[in-house]
Ligand binder design. Sequence first.
Ligand code: RFL
Ligand code: PHB
Length: 396
Amino acid sequence: MGIEEDDVQTQVAIIGGGPSGLLLSQLLHRVGIDSIVLERKTQDYVLGRIRAGVLEQGLVQLLEQAGCADRLHAEGYVHHGTLVAYGQEMFRIDFTEHTGTPVIVYGQTEVTRDLYAAREAAGGAIDYEVDDVVIHGADSDAPHVTYTVHGEKRRIDCDFIAGCDGFHGVSRQAIPLGLRREYEKVYPFGWLGILSETPPVNHELIYANSERGFALCSMRNDMLSRYYIQCSLSDKPEDWTDEAFWQELKRRIPAEQAEKLVTGPSIEKSIAPLRSFVTEPMRWGRLFLCGDAAHIVPPTGAKGLNTAASDVHYLFNGLRDYYRAGTTDGIDGYSEKALKRIWKAERFSWWFSSMMHRYPDQSEFDLKMQVADLEFLRTNKAAQKAMAENYVGLPY
Ligand code: RFL
Ligand code: PHB
């Protein structure tokens, strides 16, 4: 009875308080543009999701611009290369030699924690545990968003809406079906990942193609390792004891590494499906999609969070130019610019995934092609340079 719509106003309503939404909100704040972030979950829930671990220089620079890079520079690990293994063979791709640029290993959880801290320090508005988010009038000059929070109905009137609500959010669905086109590839396997308080097996990441399936040795810090193995889509995390996971991982990486591997109890274990997905366009009127709301990559190559960052960069610049100079070129060109870079990251993630995994219907010919691809990469400087350029991030 008597639930009133609590009406507020802001310049940019941001749906989703993951890395895309928080980074956009913080960048806008730094140039005096107001926003309100709506997040479906609690802050603890968002911080409990273990996701990406590798940051491109472009994202690092955006975090610097947002005033959120101090801890990243103090605690992040600079990686100048990565290892690629197949069977007992292993070779290194040197990022710095080929591109002059390293990547930084610093978890998405920490990036998100730093962004939450910055938003809180600045008194930024974030509504948690919101429900029933509905976008109204995105194709009009006066859009608004309605939602409920703890049973109370609210409304935000705004100039623009940023849809940063991930793959399962409502923003993409708000664009009429006839106006958007979706492209998708679902892979016939998943990644089982664990986090363990053990020293990483190697100081750089190891991506391994083995006849038993893909494996990845990654890390968060000197005493926190992140490992993944390709698994069946029907597997459940509870099907895998820690012991079974370690045994399988050891069988998929070169023996020399397997012998060095320090095992221990897992502190997180989860399965992620692999998908390539893009929706076009990324704008409808005053609604702009950012990050996973618009596109998904398989995690091979660590492009998920990094493509979200390039979207934020283009959208932030467009909005800043609109408010500062009254120009609309930036927001008008947003979708096209963002998509150009996205498709290249999609290609890289798809190529790297295709080269590294076992597929259920793979023929002898397909297997020979994988080995030829790996051999070419191992021995050809131009191929290594192309891989390095993509891995460290193509220019914005
Ligand atoms: P996020 O992080 O999904 O954040 C979206 C936020 O929106 C909220 N939300 C809503 N809020 C309000 N109303 C609604 N109706 C809402 N619906 C959803 C959600 O609760 C959430 O907080 O998207 P964002 O910000 O675009 O960031 C993208 C990255 O998170 C993502 O690209 C990467 O994490 C992808 N990804 C990985 N990328 C890597 O580079 N390396 C990895 O190892 C890696 N592992 C992963 C991943 C993504 C995963 N997902 C999405 C299932 C592992 C997993 C499991
Ligand atoms: C991770 O550390 O979680 C990670 C690193 C590289 C990837 C994917 C995930 O390609």
